[in-house]
Design a protein around this ligand. Structure first.
Ligand code: ADP
Ligand code: MG
Length: 334
């Protein structure tokens, strides 16, 4: 449904040229949620802005349902843009307009009749669960609610594609969750394709079917979420994953006084299905304490680590290590 071929966007800085997007190609299927993740400056925003030609690509092709966006004349492009909506980190609502008027705006400029606007906006308000805020102004609602208004406005013209540029980055975890739920509902009920840009792996992991990792204007890795987590090929990808599964620094085993041997057990797809800790406790007559752990669920699989303290003599600890090795658990003695 979306096919991007060899897309490049060059900017001139003083007398130098540099490629913010450098020969990027990818395909997104209809009804898919495709994530583009990367550090700040990687070229993510420039890439999505090229998709609706808010930014003119320097070269390359963009096909949406086989229609070539890149070669369209202005008038045709304006029509086509109704099929490609966008939401932003900063919501970009009209502050002088009510919630209702914000959502009605794209319909007004598309010359939809007043009565039709009334009924469609009412349905959209219901869809994003904001019926009771219809007469409020943006300054009177929360960040999460603002983003829901922006989403209602973005889907008012029933677009085929919804682009989200850091759409959840300004929100707290609870509001982020709500917006992601709304994305799921949009895909399911309206069959919209979503391309979402984020620098937050925890967001991409929760919702995307596939993820592309972007660095220095290039897509350096692309896979299903599961594939990205289970077999990251690139160092940058790995660092995104590690940030997600490493503990926060506020609590660390390093500050604890422990008597036994500390082991760090790593989980991946293979061993995460076994109840390793309970098997250890069952099979060995030595006390084993769980010190710290973090497991992330990635579409039904778990990835993460656990730090345990084994109280026992060297021989007993040795047996525990052998057992873990036999069961394919990666162990590091700390
Ligand atoms: N209009 C512009 N003119 C010149 N450089 C730009 C412009 N827009 C973005 N850039 C540069 O392109 C690079 C990628 O930016 P951007 O697409 O915003 O990255 P991201 O969204 O991944 O943070 C950055 O180095 C940025 O400074
Ligand atoms: Mg950006």
């Amino acid at each position: 449904m979306i096919e991007v071929k060899n897309l490049t966007k060059e900017f001139s800085l003083e007398d130098k040229k540099f490629k913010a997007v450098d020969d990027v190609s990818f395909k997104v299927a209809g009804g898919e949620i495709y994530g583009i993740i990367g550090l700040s400056g990687a070229g993510k925003s420039t890439l999505v802005r090229c998709l609706n030609r808010l930014e003119e690509p320097t070269s390359g092709t963009i096909l949406i349902d086989d229609k070539d966006i890149t070669s369209m004349a202005k008038e045709e492009l304006l029509k086509e843009r109704k099929d490609i909506s966008m939401i932003f980190q900063s919501f970009n609502l009209f502050n002088q307009k009510t919630v209702f008027e914000n959502i009605a705006y794209p319909l007004e400029i598309s010359n939809v009749s007043k009565s039709e606007i009334e009924s469609r906006v009412n349905k959209l308000l219901e869809f994003v669960d904001l019926t009771e805020k219809r007469n409020s102004y943006p300054s009177e609602i929360s960040g999460g609610q603002k983003q829901r208004v922006a989403i209602a406005r973005a889907i008012a013209t029933r677009p085929k594609v919804l682009l989200s540029d850091e759409g959840t980055s300004a929100l707290d975890p609870a509001n982020t969750k709500q917006i992601l739920e709304l994305f799921r509902k949009i895909v399911k009920e309206l069959n919209t394709t979503i391309i979402m840009i984020t620098h937050q792996m925890e967001v991409a992991k929760d919702i995307c079917d596939r993820i592309a990792v972007m660095e220095n204007g290039k897509i350096i890795e692309e896979n299903t979420v599961k594939g990205i987590f289970a077999k990251p090929k690139n160092k940058r990808t790995l660092s995104f994953i590690e940030n997600l599964i490493e503990p926060d620094e506020s609590f660390s085993w390093k500050n604890l006084e422990t008597k036994g041997k500390l082991l760090r057990l790593s989980y991946d797809e293979e061993n995460s299905k076994q109840p390793v800790l309970s098997n250890l406790i069952k099979n060995f007559d030595v006390p084993i304490n769980l010190i710290q752990g973090k497991i992330n669920s990635v579409i039904g699989d778990s990835l993460g680590y656990m730090i345990v303290e084994v109280l026992g003599d060297n021989e007993e600890v040795g047996k525990v290590l052998d057992y873990l090795e036999e069961n394919n658990v990666k162990v590091e003695v700390l």
